[in-house]
Design a protein around this ligand. Structure first.
Ligand SMILES: *Cc1c(COP(=O)(O)O)cnc(C)c1O
Length: 389
């Protein structure tokens, strides 16, 4: 059979049908599985058989979700987690030992930053940060104990872009693993393995579900690394629930059409904001004004669903803008059918010191819009009246 397009894979990757020949995939809400006899039990636990034993290890629904994401990312294997942060934490914890060091971009998800600064030091795992425009300083940050280079692109919340191909080259040259949080792009817009990533991490909570219903995470990549992660996870128990896996596998069937529309709406919102007199600076990867537009176009199919901008007048004007929004959601999530407006400085990144926020490009007036699937003129109208207020 010929290699199928990613859209077809997202819809047609499916575990085998049961005797009922159901068309849509059934839900396997079972914590454990039965054995035929004593020999089956022994052989199953000895891992002589590839089968489900207990849903902390594997479940048909999670297996289907993992297989689908692997197909879409071009990965050999994966493991699904209860949240994006469970995926980030477990992946690092499985691969690192006391004394190891990580080189990471400074602009990472708030909880990932807290992991580096407050959790990992407990186990003597250290990190060094490079700023978004300092990718060429990575060789200076590498130590003999550096195991992992870590980055997001586009970043949350400032939608900055990192050159994945260059990161891949640097990781290879310094014998480090490259881990990419691909949450903002989704496997539909960008496949970091193509550029040299060893592992790709997602929060499935965002565009993968895309409808604001479930928490989920997943890590995919080379089979031997995933084996190490699997060994860690089957003991420590961060597994995704079968119900959430079922929801996600269904969601992925519509990922491409949803993300296409998200991107179309986001570009329209970004262009509108750029022409608005109350707005200082708009960041969207596919805008001509984005400092890394050229790289974004090289590595992404489209610009994604998130637009960042600064309201003129700083914090006070920002608060006024949020208070004047009529019906768009004020929430901390993103990647939903519903447009969400967030103030990172007082919400998702409030735990960071003002200096840390500044280093991540998060100003007091920064607004992050996760552009949804509503009629785009309606979205723009609410933003416009709030800006004018
Ligand atoms: C939301 C998010 C996470 C964490 O995912 P959860 O599902 O909320 O645990 C990690 N990375 C990025 C880039 C995110 O946006």
């Amino acid at each position: 059979m010929s290699e199928k397009n990613i859209r077809t894979k997202a819809i047609r990757t499916q575990i085998p049908r049961t005797q009922f020949l159901e068309h849509s995939n059934p839900m396997y809400l079972t914590s454990s599985y039965v054995f035929e006899d004593a020999e089956d039990m022994r052989a199953s636990f000895a891992e002589e058989k590839d089968r489900n034993i207990y849903s902390r290890y594997s479940n048909p629904n999670t297996s289907e979700f993992i297989e689908k994401v692997c197909q879409m990312e071009g990965a050999e294997a994966g493991f699904a987690f209860a949240s994006g942060m469970a995926a980030v934490f477990s992946t690092f914890a499985a691969l690192l030992e006391s004394g190891d060091h990580v080189v990471s971009c400074r602009s990472v998800f708030g909880s990932t930053h807290t992991l580096f600064t407050q959790i990992f030091p407990k186990w003597n795992i250290s990190h060094s940060y490079f700023k978004i425009d300092e990718i060429e300083s990575i060789p200076d940050l590498i130590q003999p104990n550096t195991k992992i280079i870590y980055a997001e692109s586009p970043t949350n919340p400032a939608v900055d872009i990192l050159d994945l191909k260059r990161l891949g080259e640097l990781a290879k040259a310094h014998n480090c693993l490259l881990l990419i949080d691909n949450c903002f792009a989704t496997p539909y817009l960008q496949q970091p393995i193509k550029f040299g990533a060893d592992l790709v991490i997602h929060s499935g909570t965002k565009l993968m579900d895309g409808q604001g219903r479930v928490l989920a995470g997943i890590t995919v990549g080379s089979a031997d690394l995933v084996e190490t992660i699997y060994r860690f996870a089957r003991i420590t128990g961060p597994a995704l629930s079968p119900f959430n896996a079922w929801v996600l596998s269904k969601s992925l069937e519509t990922l491409a059409v949803r993300v296409d529309k998200h991107c179309e709406n986001a570009l329209a919102v970004a262009e509108f904001l750029e022409s608005h007199e109350k707005v200082n600076r708009v960041k969207y990867p596919f805008l001509d004004s984005h400092p890394a537009q050229e790289i974004a176009i090289k590595q992404m199919k489209s610009g994604g669903s998130v637009v960042a901008f600064d309201v003129k007048g700083g914090l006070e004007a920002g608060r006024k803008f949020f208070d004047s929004i009529e019906w768009l959601s004020l929430s901390a999530n993103l990647g939903d059918t519903r447009t969400i407006v967030t103030h990172p400085a007082s919400t998702t990144h409030s735990k960071l010191s003002p200096e840390d926020r500044a280093e991540s490009g998060i100003t007091d007036g920064l607004v992050r819009i996760s552009v949804g699937l509503e009629y785009v003129d309606d979205i723009i109208a609410d933003i416009d009246q709030a800006l004018k207020a």
